[in-house]
Design a protein around this ligand. Structure first.
Ligand SMILES: C[S@@+](CC[C@H](N)C(=O)[O-])C[C@H]1O[C@@H](n2cnc3c(N)ncnc32)[C@H](O)[C@@H]1O
Length: 227
């Protein structure tokens, strides 16, 4: 038996363009989120995930981007039913085109804003995936993501929500803070991107200067006073 994802007509009105429509984000498969991995992890944690047959599961990926992850899941589980939703029209267009090229009939992609999805229309899922979203969206979207998982997970269902944590995120966050500071006056996405690249170049040049010559004098550390 296969499951049919809800029809496209169930989505609310088309959201306005996002910066991702101007600068698409290139996705890649996230092996940690594959239902077979989630099933195994859940069993090891003492849960009883359903259904026992992972190959027939229903998968929802929220903020699926260009579909790179969900397409690989759909391809590897032909009897599963997969639905991907993302805010960016360009991402969804890419995902739909790739699904058609691959001839995958068990995956659907729809444009939609998590904040505007109608819970009544979505149905029930055994696995809900949200990768690369939680740490980057405002609190209302985070809360909505959690409530969608609560509402749409089948009994025994498993949700995979990735987010940035310390200490692993520390190095990345230093670079991010540096780029954010360097571009804080820019609002145009193209200018912000240009400024972010400029910041990275500056950061690399600062790193090359082992003597700290490129740092302003006030930034240098003073030697500790001798006892
Ligand atoms: C960093 S990308 C990650 C995409 C994909 N999950 C991946 O890992 O490749 C973040 C994605 O979240 C989507 N997004 C952000 N806010 C959203 C919202 N309110 N509703 C739906 N999607 C959203 C963006 O359009 C974008 O595709």
């Amino acid at each position: 038996m296969t499951h049919t994802p809800p029809p496209a007509s169930s989505l609310p009105p088309t959201p306005p363009p996002t910066p991702y429509d101007q600068f698409p984000y290139r996705g890649r498969p996230c092996t940690e989120s594959h239902p077979s991995r989630l099933y195994t992890a859940a069993v090891l944690l003492g849960l009883s995930p359903a259904p026992a047959a992972v190959d027939r599961c229903r998968v929802l990926e929220l903020a699926c981007g260009d579909g790179s992850n969900l397409l690989s899941i759909a391809e590897s589980l032909p009897a599963a039913s997969c639905l991907g939703i993302d805010l960016a029209a360009r991402h969804i267009a890419t995902a739909q085109a790739d699904a058609a090229t691959l001839g995958l009939k068990n995956v659907r992609f729809m444009q939609g804003d998590l904040l505007a999805l109608d819970p009544k229309e979505l149905g029930e899922f055994d696995y809900i995936i949200a990768h690369g979203l939680y740490s980057w969206v405002p609190r209302p979207v985070q809360d909505r993501l959690l409530s969608l998982c609560k509402q749409h997970l089948a009994p025994g269902g498993v949700a995979f929500i990735s987010y940035n944590v310390l200490p692993g995120w520390r190095v990345h966050s230093i670079l991010r803070d540096f780029m954010m500071f360097h571009t804080h006056e820019q609002t145009d996405p193209r200018e912000r991107l240009r400024g972010a690249r400029e910041a990275l170049t500056l950061f690399r040049e600062l790193g090359k200067s082992s003597s700290g010559e490129m740092l302003p004098r006030r930034s240098r550390c003073r030697p500790a006073p001798s006892a």
